[in-house]
Design a binder for this molecule. Structure first.
Ligand code: MV4
Length: 447
């Protein structure tokens, strides 16, 4: 087991990882920018190293400063959290070259999944169902037209170097296709320095369902069920739940089994998320994330398994703590992302939190690094905490969520809490009847 882990992140996830290290008796080092000197994770860590000024590129993204902080403190592993360097293959390679363990998959696995064409090709080879479309990059308009005619319109053009919704164009008929291709190519070239694009059938009303997987790096793979993350705005998830209200146990076991076998065959190590669009009872792979995700606590709630413990264990060579048959699903969990934003426009609202009171009681978890008197710096993303509620079933979970939202107090800044108080009272949400477009339509209607 590791002696000392360096946490290369900030905010609620730095605290989340720190808690896991403390439970495992592992020493902690945090790195932080000058803007985060007063952050909770800096106060709670055994050691801290200031690695630069507020802009991320000069601090949380500065690989050399982070490696230097490892050498100075003698950390033997790095947990990258999510965002920042968590899916940076070069960072994973550099740490390996310094004999420091990256708590995550190999640089090569990160590289494969970062290239969306290569990721899709790999998924297909491993038996994961993919969206019908081109087999790789499309370079010729004629070829694109031929493929679109076969799969049928509408189609979507995606950038291979994109992902997470960046660099996509929809074409509803052949008349739109050339312009969509040109625009997608030039935008991808400008944004990513790689103009490779691919084409897929455009699904019009899918849900976003993602499967949590783990590999031990030596041919074993397991799944921890799915999360439904359909409620999002501009590709930012707002509300996530597990299990998905749309799946039955048979569908869950089937897609989970497919994903676990793929992870085993790939020799993948650590936590991963395989993202699907789900429409009319079918799953279609879109991307794989090679990190721990913001919404991992809903999976922890329904399985009772600490996914950060599991990541640390696997990275240290201890293997998976569970076999597939040990992983059981209990009840229902919902996560609400509390952002320092206007609840309707989502405009960031940094500033000082004058009062912070979190809900408690059975089935309530709040992951947050903020406190009364804390000043939210304007340089980073606006997530200030997550409310995760667990119940024996979805109805109980929703009742408890409504109560928890009533107790939650964040004064001094705007937050997304009022949006969640509206959502818990909505009939579609109560029925679990929503797709990836539901929230944006709901917000537009309220204008
Ligand atoms: C799609 C799609 C429809 N059809 N692909 C957006 C994020 C990126 N991960 C993939 N995305 C989409 N890909 C096909 N073939 C619709 C989306 C999409 C979406 C997906 C998940 C969650 C929210 C979304 C919002 C808009 C579009």
């Amino acid at each position: 087991m590791f002696q000392k882990i360096l946490i290369a992140n900030r905010g609620e996830i730095a605290l989340r990882v720190l808690r896991a290290c403390k439970e495992l008796g592992i020493q902690t080092v945090v790195v932080h920018s000058t803007a985060d000197a007063d952050a909770m994770h800096v106060r709670l860590a055994d050691e801290s190293v200031c690695i630069g000024p507020p802009p991320s590129r000069d601090s949380y993204l500065n690989i050399h400063q982070i490696v230097a902080a490892c050498e100075i403190t003698g950390a033997d592993a790095v947990h990258p959290g999510y965002g920042f360097l968590s899916e940076n293959a070069k960072f994973a390679d550099i740490l390996a070259a310094h004999n420091i363990t990256f708590i995550g998959p190999t640089g090569d696995h990160i590289r494969i999944m970062g290239d969306k064409i290569e990721a899709k090709r790999t998924a297909k080879r491993l038996g994961i169902p993919v969206v019908p479309g081109s087999d790789g990059a499309v370079t010729e308009d004629k070829e694109a037209k031929r493929i679109a005619a076969v799969i049928g319109y509408p189609v979507i053009i995606k950038a291979s170097a994109g992902g997470g919704g960046r660099g996509m164009k929809v074409a509803s008929s052949e008349a739109d296709l050339e312009v969509a291709l040109q625009t997608a190519r030039s935008e991808a070239g400008a944004a990513f320095g790689d103009d490779a694009v691919y084409i897929e059938k455009y699904l019009q009303k899918p849900r976003h369902i993602e499967v949590q997987v783990f590999g031990d790096g030596a041919g074993r793979g397991v799944h921890f069920g799915e999360r439904d993350c359909s409620l999002q705005r501009r590709h930012q998830k707002v509300w996530e739940e597990a299990p998905s209200p749309a799946l039955n146990a048979e569908e869950r076991a089937h897609i989970g089994g497919v994903c676990a076998r793929a992870i085993a065959d790939l020799g993948y190590s650590g936590a991963g998320t395989i993202e699907f669009l789900y429409e009319d009872g079918e799953f279609y792979f879109i991307e794989m994330n090679t990190r721990l995700q913001v919404e991992h606590p809903v999976t922890e709630a329904i399985t009772g398994i600490d996914l950060v413990h599991e990541q640390i264990r696997v990275a240290s060579g201890g293997g998976l703590s569970v076999r597939q048959e040990d992983i059981r699903f209990h009840g229902h969990a919902i996560e609400c992302r509390i952002n320092a934003e206007d609840p309707r426009t989502f405009t960031p609202s940094p500033g000082t939190i004058t009062h912070f009171h979190t809900p408690g009681g059975l089935g309530i978890r709040v992951d947050s690094g903020v406190y009364s008197g804390y000043k939210i710096p304007p340089y980073y993303d606006s997530l200030i905490g997550k409310l995760i509620v667990h119940g024996r079933n979805r109805v109980e979970c929703m009742m408890r969520l409504r109560r928890a939202l009533d107790e939650f107090v964040v004064d001094g800044i705007k937050t997304t809490l009022p949006l969640f108080r509206d959502l818990v009272g909505n009939a579609d949400i109560a029925n679990g009847d929503y797709d990836i477009h539901w929230l944006e339509k709901y917000l537009a209607e309220g204008e």
